[in-house]
Design a protein around this ligand. Structure first.
Ligand code: ZN
Length: 389
């Protein structure tokens, strides 16, 4: 058992100073002053007024590697346990991406199982950029129904020169398959959409919703800050459609290509009247960051990193004056609600004990995943196979 005493608690909503008791991997009590008998074996961690937040949920991470846009040498490696922990990510949602041909849903699933075995939480989307999507069981619906780790399908590419050119009818069929599979398996059954740079980017999705009379919230577009056109058009989406922003930036920290930094994009979305509850932020970690010129010629390749989420979160608070409790929602409560992960993303009694304890400068002092301490006193305690630091 652990007792976190005297922490500023963000649930992510700010609760005030208080204590949090962790027992059996879950949050057992939250109160202003929890006193327990001395004879209980409890590790007490004094917060001295520092911040305690839920662990981050990364809704779009290429945990098993991705890429290949620029040939075999641009294939990216698997995401390491250490990289996730150091970034504050306690729940990683994996996806394949462009390469659903030489990479497989099977290897993605096994990577999610590996992260679980190492103590984190992980789920995946079946499929890849293309339609029909690669699956494990032959159908999206049965993948969702049979396989606990599969919660949706994606990232399906639309409005991108690298997409498979899916028709509206194919998108409708995919969304219906995901929805029914989600119903059977008790999952979100959502279609995670990769948004490309082509004009009028949401058109295939909006036409599919109309043609298929799809339930609101069937699609979950990502990379919505890819360019100002997509970001502007997001105001035309129905109120049930979540919006994911990508934290990837160029190696020198500048926004990628024509993209808008997530911290600025959040302000724009809120100004356009979009509810904060619909917005999430993900890393695109281990995805390649293809840099194209105006003629779609590849001019460089970067690799997404999971710690960009935390960096963008800090920028939201420091540069855009977004309150921390609101910025935190993008990587905690919002993705948990959108992806139907009820024990994740909140500091509430009964939720999984996924916690980050930040110093005043936002460096991670402690990190707990499912009640197991992963970082203590600023030092990582857990290492993946082959990791030494
Ligand atoms: Zn993508």
């Amino acid at each position: 058992m652990y007792l976190f005493k005297n922490w500023e608690i963000f649930q992510p909503n700010y609760r005030g100073a208080g204590d949090v008791l962790v027992s059996g991997g879950r949050i057992a009590a939250i109160n202003t002053d929890i006193e327990l008998p001395n004879k209980l074996a409890i590790e007490v961690i004094d917060g001295s007024g520092h911040r305690l937040t839920p662990g981050f949920i990364d809704v779009h991470a290429h945990i098993a590697g991705a890429g290949g846009d620029g040939g075999p040498s641009t294939r990216t490696p698997e995401l390491t346990l250490g990289a996730l922990i150091d970034a504050g990510v306690t729940t990683a949602i994996g996806c394949l991406g462009l390469d659903g041909y030489t990479r497989s849903v099977a290897s993605l699933l096994m990577k999610a199982k590996a992260l679980r075995a190492d103590g984190l939480s992980s789920w995946i989307y079946t499929g890849s950029y293309q339609i029909p999507p690669p699956t494990l069981t032959g159908q999206v619906a049965t993948d969702l129904a049979y396989i606990e780790e599969i919660i949706g399908v994606g990232e399906i590419a639309i409005s991108d020169h690298r997409s498979s050119g899916a028709t509206v009818t194919e998108l409708v069929q995919l969304a219906k398959s995901a929805k029914v599979g989600g119903m059977l398996g008790g999952k979100a059954g959502i279609v995670h959409l990769h948004m490309g740079d082509e004009p009028d980017p949401f058109r295939p999705m909006l036409e599919a919703i109309e043609q298929g009379k799809l339930a609101p919230g069937s699609f979950y577009p990502t990379h919505v800050n890819r360019n100002s056109g997509i970001l502007d058009d997001a105001r035309f989406l129905d109120e049930a459609t979540p919006i994911d922003l990508t934290a990837s930036v160029q190696p020198d920290g500048r926004p990628l290509g024509k993209s808008i930094s997530p911290s600025e994009a959040v302000v724009k979305l809120l100004t356009n009247g979009i509810d904060l509850e619909r917005i999430t932020l993900s890393s695109d970690a281990c995805g390649t960051i293809p840099i194209f010129d105006a003629n779609q010629n590849l001019t460089g390749i970067g690799v997404g990193q999971p710690d960009l989420m935390l960096a963008e979160l800090i920028r939201m608070v420091r540069n855009q004056d977004i309150p921390l409790e609101q910025a935190l929602c993008l990587v905690t409560a919002n993705p948990a609600r959108i992806l139907l992960l009820p024990s994740k993303g909140r500091i509430e009694i009964g939720c999984d004990a996924d916690l980050i304890l930040f110093d005043k400068d936002f460096s991670i002092r402690y990190l707990m995943a499912n009640g197991v301490m992963m970082i203590a006193d600023g030092k990582r305690l857990k290492f993946g196979l082959g990791e030494t630091t």
